[in-house]
Design a protein around this ligand. Structure first.
Ligand code: MG
Length: 279
């Protein structure tokens, strides 16, 4: 009689070949032991937006990830011309007036405004009327064309985040001073990675990403950070801001929101095209 595999009951087949069940069990175990794609919940931002951090391996994972990707589809914005402002930015100075600013000592901001440019004129610091927390800010500035003074006395001004943490503005083109006080420094705390300063009188850009230090519910302080690009070059790379204000700050103490401040250091530094985005 001819015996075919088709006619042998499954149980008999397993009894004759015990290795078959072992192989099957091993295959199952192997599948179970393999790490499955996970969403890294630790990285999820508080607003509920979700990002896929690993590639899906199964159909179910793919469908699940697709749902996640639909949630995270970013809003469409118009980036605007080179140098912005993008359509979701708040213009802080577009060249017309100082309506978004007031004097640091109270009252009206009195810096000179002419031909689309505002200029430090000895009337004191100016601060924004609005308060900001996490932010991206774009600032264009120029030190005086006529070189006067040296070191910290040459084209000195500053962009104070929350009126507390100064990103130094200084004519640092062939102008020696201490490293953590030159252009692009987190003043007194962190020197820029490189000196990317243009010549006196030329327009320069700062693009700053700032996350302020925060008070946690238990009273402890969670450090913030600042990243700065000077003329498109990275000069501060996610540098920690522990919470203490830099020299000559208008305010002290860690807060959720504060104004942007521009420093009057007695030098006629000019500014234009300033805009900010809340993050
Ligand atoms: Mg300064």
């Amino acid at each position: 009689m001819k015996i075919t595999l088709k006619r042998i009951p499954l149980a008999v087949l397993f009894a004759l070949c015990p290795g078959l069940t072992t192989v099957e069990t091993f295959a199952q175990d192997k599948t179970e032991r393999q790490p499955q794609p996970q969403l890294n919940d630790k990285l999820l931002p508080e607003d509920g937006l979700r990002r896929r951090t690993t590639a899906p391996a199964t159909q179910r994972d793919t469908e699940s990830a697709d749902k996640v990707l639909k949630i995270t589809e970013p809003p469409v914005i118009d980036p605007g011309p080179i140098g912005g402002p993008p359509s979701d930015a708040i213009p802080l100075f577009s060249g017309q007036d100082l309506s978004q600013w007031r004097s640091g000592s109270g009252g009206e901001a009195k810096w000179k405004v002419e031909k689309g440019v505002m200029e430090v004129n000895g009337t004191g610091n100016i601060v924004t009327t609005e308060q900001f927390g996490d932010l991206q800010v774009h600032v264009e500035w120029a030190s005086p064309s006529e070189v006067k003074g040296e070191g910290q006395g040459r084209g000195n001004s500053g962009v104070y985040l929350q009126g507390r943490y100064e990103i130094q503005v200084l004519d640092s083109y062939q102008n020696k001073t201490y490293a953590n006080g030159q252009a692009g420094a987190l003043y007194g705390m962190a020197a820029p990675l490189v000196n990317a300063c243009r010549k006196p009188g030329e327009w320069q850009t700062y693009d700053i990403i700032f996350h302020p230090p925060r008070q946690s519910p238990d009273g402890s302080l969670v450090a913030g950070s600042v990243t700065v690009l000077h003329n498109g070059v990275l000069v501060q790379d996610h540098v920690t801001i522990a919470g203490q204000s830099t020299t000559a700050a208008a305010f002290k103490g860690a807060v959720a929101k504060g104004p942007l401040m521009l420093q009057d250091h007695g030098n006629p530094v000019r500014y234009r095209n300033i805009w900010i985005r809340r993050l």
